[in-house]
Design a protein around this ligand. Structure first.
Ligand SMILES: *Cc1c(COP(=O)(O)O)cnc(C)c1O
Length: 429
């Protein structure tokens, strides 16, 4: 982590070339660095807590592919497991033992998933969960919370307007308003709004929520909100879906549901579950999940679902997490970072909120406590961009946008974090 200006020649050349064949030069918008300025960096290698770009610069990585790499880049056991599976062929489009092994590991970690189905992404997992919830309840309306991200399917690309209840207004061009009209958006951490919505509408199929939010930056659920999630939907015959695509196997092996002792009807998973390969999953109550074909009438499928290479990688990941028990150390280190950055900001007199859960945190440049989307948006995104760029120049790769979670791996050692904090203190002032 030196303070020298970095050369990004090869990245710049690749980006110029990329823009001629890929839309905007990237395959996922946040990668384009629009929120922090400058051009994206092309990576060629990752090892442990570090990534290396095509120009040979090394960075301590706090993005970690947005969450999957809780054990760091290129963990030998995971690569070996994937490699061994690959030798037997990359896909069958038919059942394989790896699917059964990973499903058993998921069920053991999260007993609320009585039945599981694998997909190839978190987005697909959420789509499947909503479909079974609607099929089971025979209702159509879905409640989501402003600032929560549940993948890019049409009906969920809806955030908040003002007021307690905003009827779905699509957030993206290309989503006909009527496709999002069944999505009701409520403010996060607002128990009263949830109760009110159920008084107003009697056709609510399910409530989907990030039990700890990662996608407006880290935002923690307050006790009254958790209590409402646990009781209100059930009272009205609606299902509770925990979107644990980030929190699953990150805040603990049992995810946020174990942490809060809440048993959702359905859970969606992604990111860590694939060990760095494209895997998502949804699961939950047996009676609800058995609405799915081939048992029930709700259709859902995937050519590469349950892919043997990805299943082997995911199973190796869960095995390692079970035996290494990394969560206490991960929680202590995340709390330490939050405390140090908050102290430094107070000393410098600059307003800063550091929200954190185990292995994930967000540095919000605002004086107001961040507890929902409205307060998150008070953050000064220009200050975040300049923080990001100072870190980058010093060899630290942070998520290239304010409203994201920075991630820790088990290889972000105390020594590495000390050196990160030195850099970050300088970047804050
Ligand atoms: C990343 C994410 C998704 C979407 O997963 P993809 O694999 O990117 O499709 C859904 N929900 C949450 C909470 C996520 O963080």
């Amino acid at each position: 982590m030196s303070g020298k200006a970095i050369l990004l020649m090869k990245s710049a050349t690749l980006f110029t070339r990329a823009k001629k064949s890929l839309v905007g030069g990237v395959n996922s918008p946040v990668r384009a660095f629009k929120a922090v300025g400058g051009d994206p960096i092309f990576f060629r290698r990752g090892k442990g807590a570090f990534v290396e770009d095509v120009d040979g610069n090394r960075y301590l990585d706090f993005c970690l592919s947005w969450g999957p790499l809780i054990l760091g880049h290129a963990r030998a056991e995971i690569l070996r497991a994937a490699g061994a599976a690959l030798k037997n062929g990359s896909t069958f489009g038919a059942p394989c033992e790896g699917e059964v092994i990973l499903a058993e590991a998921v069920r053991r970690a999260m007993p609320s998933l009585e039945r599981v189905r694998f997909t190839s992404s978190g987005t697909e997992a959420v789509m499947g969960a909503l479909r079974v919830a609607r099929a089971f309840t025979r209702r159509s309306r879905v409640i989501k919370f402003a600032g929560c991200y549940h993948g890019h399917s049409d009906g969920l690309l809806v955030q908040a307007g003002s007021g307690a209840t905003t009827l779905g207004q699509p957030d993206s061009a290309g989503v006909p308003p009527k496709w999002a009209a069944d999505t009701l958006v409520l403010p996060y951490n607002d128990a009263a709004a949830l109760a009110h919505a159920f008084k107003q509408f009697d056709d609510i199929a399910c409530v989907i929520v990030e039990p700890i939010v990662g996608n407006m930056g880290v935002v923690l659920p307050e006790p009254a909100f958790l209590e409402a999630l646990k009781t209100v939907p059930r009272k009205h015959g609606a299902l509770l879906i925990f979107d644990e695509v980030i929190t699953g196997f990150r805040v603990g092996l049992g995810g946020a549901q174990a942490l809060f002792n809440i048993k959702p009807d359905l859970t969606t998973l992604g990111k860590i579950i694939g060990g760095g390969f494209p895997v998502g999953a949804f699961g939950g109550r047996r009676d609800v999940m058995e609405m799915l074909a081939p048992v029930g009438p709700a259709y859902q499928a995937g050519t590469l679902s349950g892919n043997p290479v990805a299943m082997a990688a995911g199973a190796a990941m869960l095995r390692l997490l079970r035996t290494e028990k990394p969560y206490a150390a991960l929680a202590a280190r995340t709390a330490m970072i939050a405390k140090e950055l908050t102290t430094e900001a107070a000393r410098a007199g600059s307003p800063l909120q550091v929200n954190h859960a185990t292995g994930m945190f967000t540095v919000f440049f605002t004086g107001a406590p961040v507890r929902d989307y409205t307060t998150a948006k008070t953050a000064d995104t220009k200050k975040y961009a300049s923080f990001f760029r100072s870190l980058l120049t010093a060899g630290v790769y942070f998520p290239p946008a304010q409203f994201e979670a920075a991630m820790l791996s088990t290889l972000h050692s105390d020594a590495l974090l000390e050196s990160f904090l030195k850099t970050a203190r300088r970047a804050l002032v």
